[in-house]
Design a protein around this ligand. Structure first.
Ligand code: MG
Ligand code: MG
Length: 254
């Protein structure tokens, strides 16, 4: 069931979103060659704890997952697309890192993700990240009253394909509110003018996941991490976005 939020509830979600944005900023600031993914997790965890918020990912176990998620962030490096576990792996020069983070504050959830390179970057990785951010921006711009869900999906998917990238066809965004994952699903590829009509008060996590190579992926042995099948690198960007009469409002802006 799709739940619409009041203006006051959207204000409360913005506070949760701010905590997530700050946690991502802390993880990014901590990231450099030789630093471990676990250290990035600790940086984000400290921000969430200091804000009086609760991590949304830690202990999360959807029905497909073999174990509760062990981190505050997902840290997905290089060929890992999403759901990477923040292990003791140390960052190497040129690694493409995607960090996803969620938190609850006063009963409301925020969910956001960023991608960046540590050390000397391959220009193609920077291009992939820029395209992922542009795909997100186009999805956000389509999140308007009177549009349909398919307009968001088409905006993301058509741009992604025009740039020659792969994407995870069966993973995408979601409604968000008191729970991290609410209805509706928000696909990253689809047909404009189709699907649910967008109304004021709908809050969505929009999250393109782009791949330098093909669409195919595999599950890592850890049961969580999704990796590209061809070994090419992937990037992820996400914002929690409220649809209002005045247009889309990003609740997880940095
Ligand atoms: Mg997320
Ligand atoms: Mg999400």
């Amino acid at each position: 069931m799709v739940e619409l939020k009041t203006a006051g509830e959207i204000d409360a979600m913005r506070e949760a979103g701010r905590v997530v944005a700050n946690a991502l900023a802390a993880a990014r600031a901590a990231a450099r060659v030789g630093v471990t993914l676990r250290e990035l997790d600790a940086a984000a965890a400290a921000v969430i704890s200091d804000a009086g918020a609760t991590p949304a990912f830690l202990g999360y176990q959807p029905d497909w997952a073999p174990t509760p998620f062990p981190g505050v962030i997902c840290a997905s490096v290089n060929d890992a697309v999403v759901h990477g576990i923040p292990t003791g792996q140390a960052l190497a020069d040129g690694d493409l890192v995607s960090i996803d983070c969620g938190a609850y504050l006063d009963g409301w959830c925020g969910d956001s993700a960023i991608s960046f390179v540590v050390g000397a970057a391959d220009p193609q990785d920077l291009s992939l990240i820029a395209d992922t951010e542009e795909a997100l921006a186009r999805g956000v711009a389509a999140a308007r009253v009177g549009n349909r869900l398919g307009d968001i999906a088409a905006a993301i998917g058509s741009f992604t394909r025009s740039r020659g990238h792969g994407l995870l066809a069966d993973h995408g965004g979601h409604g968000i509110g008191r729970a991290m994952h609410e209805d509706p699903d928000v696909p990253n590829e689809g047909r404009a003018g189709r699907g649910m009509r967008l109304r004021a008060g709908l809050v969505l996590a929009i999250e393109p996941m782009l791949i330098r190579g093909g669409d195919d992926y595999r599950h890592d042995r850890d049961g969580w991490t999704l990796r590209t099948l061809d070994g090419t690198r992937a990037a992820h960007a996400e914002h929690t976005v409220a649809i209002t009469e005045a247009g889309p409002v990003v609740l997880t802006a940095a």
